[in-house]
Design a protein around this ligand. Structure first.
Ligand code: PA5
Length: 467
């Protein structure tokens, strides 16, 4: 029986019968079932041996209670919470905030926010963003949540040093400033851990077996979520429901398996290595950003599991419906056959806005009157999907019954598990990111970090610079 709280995956338009011969032969998908069984068994073994810790985050542990106790107690003394972090330490939190409270949360009055704090996520080191924000905020009413698994990331550490100085200047060098800091980091390793121990700063752990981009359901995302009143139980229950649906090794019954297999086959057998995620919901746009990171950083790899050079990986792209119908869709429909498009749809929006009937004599606009904006948005999505399919373009739709914590928990878990399965199909380790290291090392060298002397970046060739 279909559960009406379940998110749905409609993938008919990935397959040749709907695409006039283009797209994937359903037989090829069916044939991937054997390979999927092996991948699934391998993933289950890795869960057992504790190397895929993100699966365990769906269970309510004592840590969740501690997070709620902090958020409901001392946390409510703050008017603002500012997350300092980048990549996997930031994107999931923004996705949760936008999906569940909207993109305008911080612009609302305290009453409209039910007196929950504003939530800012500083995921960059652009001085033109950070200086105005810190100047505007009352740091004495702000909690700074420094989030870093490694506890060494240059961007996050620089943000921390700046904020610490501001806090000390405003609140003095004794106990006061520490109460405005909370570190979310590795339970044992890293500089943040050491500073927390030395200075008595409150910390929350990121389990050692949970990688940054898989950490949204750890304290990384749950603490800020709880601070702004997001229902953690519903979020985790949604994630657990998806984890349960993905227990099966029967490919065609496993939503994450189907998503991963179709994207992989589209890439390797139909030349569609550009994977567009296109929510028809402003509130889910940040989710496409989060997906872009987990898909790119997990699957873009030089080496396969045997250590051979393979240079593989899909290129995730984000787009927003209906906005990007007037920007990107021309390319998707008539450009090269190198893309898949995954639409995110919301069945029931929180708000209903009616378009008033007017100008009965002008057919070109009169037809809109009496409809709602939700109907228009949905019609635009269905029309775009149909136009893509009619043009032989592979697309699928993930539909959320509504934008609530249960559905968002399902979506996050679906895409996390799909990423791990896709790693299996591509034959790479989705948990590492060796390619990011060189850039980090060169940055350390340029910034003068001891022990990181390598900074051999040549100056630009003046003959090749136009001034
Ligand atoms: O997914 C990852 O591992 C990365 O995107 C990290 O989250 C990012 O580099 C930040 O790392 P850290 O949390 O160690 O500061």
């Amino acid at each position: 029986m279909t559960d009406t709280t379940n998110i749905r995956l409609d993938y008919g338009s990935m397959l040749a019968p709907r695409l006039g011969g283009r797209g994937l032969d359903p037989e090829r998908l069916a044939a991937a079932a054997g390979r999927f069984r092996e991948i699934h068994a391998n993933v289950e073994a890795r869960r057992e041996d504790g190397t895929l810790g993100f699966y365990d985050l769906v269970r309510r542990t004592p840590m969740v209670g501690q997070i709620e106790a902090f958020a409901d107690g001392p946390g409510q003394a703050f008017e603002n919470i500012v997350v300092l972090g980048i990549g996997g330490s930031a994107l999931g939190t923004t996705s949760l905030l936008h999906a569940l409270h909207g993109r305008d949360w911080n612009e609302r009055s305290a009453e409209e926010r039910d007196h929950f704090p504003r939530l800012f996520v500083l995921d960059n080191v652009d001085p033109d963003t950070i200086a105005p924000l810190l100047d505007r905020l009352n740091v004495g009413a702000t909690l700074f949540n420094v989030v870093s698994k490694s506890g060494t990331t240059a961007e996050t550490m620089a943000q921390f040093l700046i904020v610490r100085e501001r806090l000390r200047a405003a609140l003095g060098d004794d106990e006061g400033y520490r109460r405005h800091l909370l570190f979310t980091t590795d339970p044992e390793r890293g500089v943040l851990r050491r500073i927390a121990d030395d200075e008595g700063i409150v910390t929350l752990p990121i389990p050692g077996n949970v990688g940054g981009r898989f950490s949204v359901l750890s304290a990384v995302g749950l603490l800020p979520a709880a601070m702004v009143g997001i229902d953690l139980d519903a979020l985790l229950a949604g994630a657990a429901a998806m984890e349960e649906r993905c227990r099966t090794d029967a490919l065609l019954e496993n939503p994450a398996g189907v998503f991963a297999a179709l994207q992989f086959l589209a890439h390797t057998e139909a030349g569609a290595g550009v994977h567009v995620m296109m929510p028809y919901s402003d509130r889910l746009y940040a989710m496409a950003d989060w997906f872009r990171q987990i898909w790119a950083e997990s699957l873009g790899k030089r080496k396969n599991l045997e250590g051979e050079d393979v240079w593989v990986g899909p290129t995730p792209v984000k787009a927003l419906g209906a906005t990007d119908q007037h920007s990107q869709v021309q390319l998707y429909i008539e450009g090269p056959f190198d893309k898949t498009v995954t639409f995110l749809a919301v069945d029931e929006h929180d708000h209903e806005v009616a378009v008033p009937p007017a100008y009965a004599e002008i057919d070109a606009i009169a037809y809109l009157g009496g409809h709602t904006l939700g109907e228009l948005l949905d019609a635009e999505r269905r029309a775009t999907a149909a136009a893509l399919a009619d043009s032989g373009r592979m697309n699928m739709t993930i539909a959320l019954p509504r934008l609530d914590a249960h559905a968002v928990g399902q979506l996050l878990m679906l895409l996390e598990i799909a990423t791990v399965y896709a790693g299996g199909f591509y034959g790479v380790d989705p948990m590492d990111q060796p390619g990011v290291e060189l850039g980090k090392v060169l940055t350390y060298g340029l910034m003068g970090r001891p022990g990181s002397e390598r900074a051999d970046i040549p100056d630009p060739d003046p003959r090749r610079v136009l001034r």
